[in-house]
Ligand binder design. Structure first.
Ligand code: GDP
Ligand code: MG
Length: 655
């Protein structure tokens, strides 16, 4: 079965525009044709075989008046598609324009519509009417030309007026007939009042004219068929020398905008408004470009939300660059495919709008990716930096690492960039750089501090040990060795700090190094003092003083036990030992050299505790009260030892 050839009213008998034209365009497969389609319309008096001709020429099925019943066909502008070519064919069905006012109005409007939308206008007329100035042909021609002038001020395209002479007998040559028609046209043209600037214009400035004769369809049916066949090739074969569709006739309305454009034109005509085609075309372009954007954005937005659902915040999306580029290219391609055919300024302007919203949607991913990458880079930097060996220059290693991270960020930003979109990656780089620097500083400081703590602990352990040993068997020069040792260690530590400092800090910060050294000294001193205080608790002090007293009292300078034979020696020794012990208490009470010098502290004791009024205060371990208590205590212990010794001397002597 031959598929039903679709035929519809583009404008119905009540002069309203058919809202189903977009669907019609789909059904005839022209919706995506772009510019690859043509429009032909036919004008001419009623019952001059127009529909018959179109049907035979294009394989359409327009209504033809039944010869037997002479029944009227349905009024309106009919639209169909040629069977074998992308040609839209419009058949105007009216009544004879002379009869009633309303019909005249329709005649005029449909002529205007045909001229505004078609590349080729077939003007159909009987041969025997040619040259009859009063004939309905003249009314038609006048209408066409008047209408054209109405359009003219905005109409840039040319059109072809293809005259088809029906029931052409052949006795008068076509040349003569066409001359007659041209004369008629010229006469009509000159009788029309023209807009300013066009007073001297000729009809051929705007129209190309073509003439074809067709024999009587019924009387000479074979000859008619042959003539129509050859006319058909002129419409369908673009290689034919007399191909009717010159590119300059095309209205440059993309097929997807055809229904909208023709509807606007009809509405304007129907409302008797001025028909300004360029404005119409611009409005169409704006409207269509908006529609095309909406169509293109729909799958784009969907794809974006799919991507968003897969791409969790804080994570890095491996193939983000290619996916974004795909999305971008697809949406631009979707837009371009259809929109490119419209007014180029509007196409460009709307494209910028599209790009702005695409930009906004995609930037979210760009930003998320770079933020996530920044976190990752900082975290991995911290990890790497923490494991740098402490004898290697930290600053140098870390700045190499920071450079690597920045390069990685730059690479990623670069890979995410899309041609045509301008994203600023500088702010992300700057933020990364700041984060890395501050992480670097804190890791560095932490490493430096742990290095210092390590040194301090080892120093304190050594000094504490020396202190314990020294206080075990204290003597009057007990501080000399300890203070010397402490100061040597402090000096060594300071040298070491000065040496390691550049590994952690920029060389331009010597005063910072001094601050650290200062704190180091202070901390070591504080710890030392604390240890001394601990070692000189009442109990330990008394034990140690007792030992000291006994040693001086019972042993001589060579460490040999003294034999107290005579009590006068005993008394002398006792007095000497007591006074030496009391002297030792004094010595122990304050950390000073035996020659009276106080050690160099190198810091203000008030920094430690405001209750220390002077370095001496800090160095003092036993206050006057404790000195006196301790002395009393010692004296008591000494007395007991003395009595004990005395008793043993007496018993030896009395034996
Ligand atoms: P339209 O009103 O111009 O579309 O005319 P139609 O195609 O409906 O045809 C009107 C009448 O003219 C019909 O009865 C046709 O049979 C008849 N007709 C069609 N072609 C020709 C032709 O070439 N010569 C003559 N004399 N009549 C024709
Ligand atoms: Mg008809």
């Amino acid at each position: 079965m031959v598929p039903q050839r679709i035929c519809t009213q583009i404008v119905d008998e009540h002069k309203s525009f058919n809202k189903d034209i977009p669907q019609f365009m789909q059904e005839v497969n022209l919706a995506d044709a772009g510019f690859s389609y043509h429009v032909v319309a036919v004008l001419g008096s009623q019952s001059t075989g127009k529909s018959t001709l179109l049907n035979q020429l294009f394989g359409t099925r327009f209504d033809v008046m039944d010869a037997g019943k002479r029944q009227q066909t349905t009024k309106g502008i009919w639209l169909s598609k040629a069977q074998e070519a992308p040609i839209l064919v419009m058949d105007v069905e009216g009544t004879d324009g002379r009869e009633r006012g309303d019909d005249q109005d329709f005649e005029r409007k449909s002529a205007l519509f045909s001229i505004a939308t078609s590349e080729v206008i077939i003007v159909n007329m009987w041969e025997h009417q040619i040259g009859l100035y009063q004939g309905s042909n003249m009314v038609l021609l006048k209408t066409v030309l008047e209408v054209h002038l109405q359009l003219f001020h905005s109409k840039k395209e040319r059109s072809l007026l293809q005259f088809v002479i029906r029931d052409y007998i052949g006795t008068t040559s076509m040349v003569n007939l066409s001359e007659t028609i041209k004369t008629d046209l010229m006469n009509v043209w000159s009788s029309l009042s023209k807009p300013p600037g066009l007073e001297d214009s000729k009809i051929t400035d705007f129209f190309d004219l073509g003439f074809t004769g067709l024999p009587h369809k019924i009387l000479c049916s074979e000859a008619f068929d042959t003539a129509v066949d050859s006319l058909r090739t002129r419409f369908s074969n673009s290689d034919a020398p007399d191909y009717v569709f010159d590119p300059s006739y095309h209205k440059r309305i993309p097929a997807d905008g055809f229904s909208l454009y023709t509807r606007e034109i009809w509405d304007t005509i129907e409302n008797n408004k001025d028909l300004d085609l360029p404005t119409q075309q611009q409005l169409l372009a704006q409207y269509r470009c908006d529609e095309i954007i909406a169509e293109a954005m729909e799958p784009f937005t969907k794809a974006c939300s799919v991507l968003k659902s897969e791409f969790l915040p804080g994570n890095i999306c491996e193939n983000l660059a290619s996916r974004m580029r795909e999305l971008f290219e697809q949406v631009v391609k979707d837009y371009d495919r259809q929109a490119k055919r419209y007014n180029s300024a509007i196409y460009e302007k709307k494209k910028q709008e599209l790009l702005r919203s695409v930009d906004t949607s995609l930037y979210v991913f760009f930003q998320a990716q770079l933020n996530a990458l920044q976190k990752q880079l900082v975290a991995s930097f911290v990890k790497t930096a923490e494991s740098f060996p402490s004898d290697k220059p930290f600053k140098e290693l870390s700045s190499r690492e920071i450079e690597k991270s920045k390069c990685r960020m730059q690479e990623e930003a670069q890979s995410l960039m899309i041609a045509g979109i301008d994203w600023d990656s500088a702010q992300f780089l700057l933020k990364l750089s700041e984060e890395l620097e501050s992480s670097c500083d804190s890791v560095c400081k932490q490493k430096l501090l742990s290095k210092i703590a390590e040194m301090r602990t080892s120093l304190q352990t050594q000094v504490a040990e020396s202190l314990e040993i020294a206080l075990q068997k204290p003597n009057l020069k007990v501080w000399d060795g300890l203070l010397d040792e402490l100061s040597t260690h402090q000096k060594q530590a300071a040298d070491e700090l000065v040496r390691v400092f550049p590994l952690f800090m920029d060389s331009a910060e010597p005063e910072v190094a001094q601050d650290y050294i200062h704190d180091f000294h202070k901390d070591v001193w504080m710890a030392f003092r604390k240890k001394v205080v601990l070692e000189m608790s009442d109990l330990l002090l008394q034990q140690r003083l007792r030992v000291y007293f006994e040693e001086t009292f019972r042993y001589d300078a060579d460490g040999m036990p003294k034999l107290f034979k005579k009590s006068d020696t005993l008394d002398l020794d006792y007095r000497e030992s007591v006074s030496k012990s009391l002297e030792l208490i004094k010595v122990l009470s304050c950390m000073k050299y035996s020659d009276g010098r106080t050690p160099e502290l190198g810091f203000d004791v008030k920094e430690i505790d405001s209750s220390f009024s002077s370095p001496n205060d800090f160095l003092t371990i036993l206050n006057r009260k404790r000195i006196s208590d301790t002395s009393v205590n010692l004296k008591r212990t000494a007395d007991l030892i003395y009595l004990d010794s005395k008793r043993s001397v007496v018993s030896t002597q009395t034996r």
